[in-house]
Every structure is written in structure tokens, then in C-alpha cells.
Design a protein around this ligand. Sequence first.
Ligand code: AMP
Ligand code: MG
Length: 336
Amino acid sequence: MKTLLLGAEDIPLAAEIIKNGGLVAMPTETVYGLAADAFNGEAVARIFKAKGRPMDNPLIVHISEVSQIYELVRDFPEKARLLAQRFWPGPLTMILPKSDKIPDEVSAGLDTVAVRCPSDKNARRLIELSRPLAAPSANLSGSPSPTTVRHVVDDMNGRIDAIIDGGDCEVGVESTVITLAAQPPRLLRPGGITLEQLRDTIGEVEVDPAVTEPLKKGQQAASPGMKYKHYSPRANVILLKGSADAYISFVNSHGENGAAALCYDEDINKLSLPYISIGGAEDYCTQANRLFASLREADERGFGTVYAHCPDTGGVGLAVYNRMIRAAGFEVIDIE
Ligand code: AMP
Ligand code: MG
């Protein structure tokens, strides 16, 4: 299949492709998404095929106006309204009881649907000109999510109808996912909207254990996506837990055999091995923004092992930690 590379001026053409059941990769403020008409089960099934995504991992439906949600859900409770008012358009996904218009391919057979209203202007225009869009991240399943158009081309060229180039993504990690189908509401995936912001808006919010820990054997995932190995470059990612000094001395004595440090800006001058910095040690937004591109860069530069330093888990740091620990396959070494 020939994949068209489109600019923002070609969005009307991209909308026609969507309405005809095709697949279009679109920029969003979080990561690039791979979109199909959310009401067309056959088109949505093609997304799973193009990504190699397990069919039991449901997709997020993207809307451009809050009013479109009434077609998608059976119930839009007060807490969901408050969250929509404060954080939409933006990087927050809400899980709600689904309407019978949602094809099983979108919800992977669950009784709920994930909904988000993105703020990216190109994504919004594509939705306005076509339909609500079912869209997971536009990467091959398991690899780091794409935050630049080049990442999308690397993974998806020849597998989908078109890619819209909208520049680099602002947030860099996928949306925060909260379920309002549980009581109390529960954070399933941390992202650009923080746990602190959610609690500040609707009060009690639980954190699903799978946010920070591997699922126990036989345990069911509240969010099916959390049970899969994720965000993994070919390089072996190892997460080191300890002080900045302990990190420096550990990596400096493990620099043999093509290893590199996935470090913070403050570490750079103290390192005696190759490195990729993801930003300042307390600048969680920059870390989120650079993490996936850094993991892909590790592969491009041929590193066999990358040693990452466990981030703090406050604010957007929780999202960085959640992605890093999955990239590391939950392999953490305590270096203190
Ligand atoms: P991605 O599209 O790659 O951002 O992944 C979407 C995430 O949302 C995955 O972790 C899914 O498992 C999760 N998700 C989507 N729909 C639901 C749902 N109805 N219930 C729980 N989790 C969901
Ligand atoms: Mg994904």
C-alpha cells in the first residue's frame, strides 16, 4: 500500500479517506494517533492489523466537541462533566458506559468506552470534517509511541493510507486515563493531566496498582493495555533506583559493551559513557516530552543497554515513571 504524506492543507482529503473506511495517522498534543471512523467496525479492525495490536486492547474515541459524547456513552455523570469542563480539550481520557453505537472492535468487547477531546488543531479539524475517530498511538504495537512524524513514517509507511505531518507533539506521553465507571473514580494511566489536578477537581481518585507495579499472575487488568510489554526499544532498558551520586558511579562503572546512560541534564558533565539526556531532573514535562524519542534514539545509535535513572513520581513525573518502568519490563535495580 502506498502511504500519502499530507500537510495540514490536505486535511479535507484525509477526512475523505476516513469516511471511506481508511486509516490516517494524525498529530495530537500527546503522541501521533492512528485514526479510523469510530462507528465503522471494519475500518477499526484494520487499525489492529496495521499496528499488530492484540484485539483485546480497546481504543480511545476522539471527539472535537463535548456535545458529541452523547452519541458515545449511556451516562455522562456530574464528575465527568466537571473534568470535561476543566481539562477538555486536552490530554485526559475518560472511561464511561458505552452506547450501543460503539462497535465491539473499539471497546474490545467491554461495556465501556474511552473518550477524549484533543486540543491539537489538526486533529480537531480532521474530526470536524469527518467523524469521531477511534485512535491508538500510531506505532507498531510494543514499540515507543511516536512523537514526531518521522517516528510514524518509520513504523507505518506502507501499512496505512495517509500520514498528516503536524510537527512534534507537545506533551510526548499518551493521555491520562481515568475510569468513571468505577466508584470511586480510578486512575488507570498517568499522563499530562496529573493525579493532583484530578483530585483537585472531583475529590477522591484511586490509583490502579498497575500504574506502578506489574500485574500479578492471573490478575485482570482494569485497562487491558497495561498488561502488555510496552514502549520497548530493542535496547535493554534497566531502571536504577537511588541518589544522583549513586546513579553516576553505577553507570560510570558499567559503560562497557555499548551501554549508555539515559540521564538528566545535571548528570552530563559527570559521565564517562555515551548518554542521552531527557531533561532537567525536576523538569517532568520536558522528560515526558523527550522520553519516547530518546528510547528510539538509543536504537538508532545502536546501544545494547541503556541505564535510566528512576524519576520522582510527583506531578507529570508519575507518567514518566509509568512509561519508563514498562520500557524496562519492570527491571529495577536498587543501587543504594
Ligand atoms: P493507546 O490507544 O495506545 O493510547 O491506548 C489506549 C489505552 O486506553 C490502553 O491502555 C487501553 O487499554 C485503555 N482503554 C481504552 N478503552 C478502555 C476501556 N473501555 N476500559 C479500560 N481501558 C481502556
Ligand atoms: Mg499505544
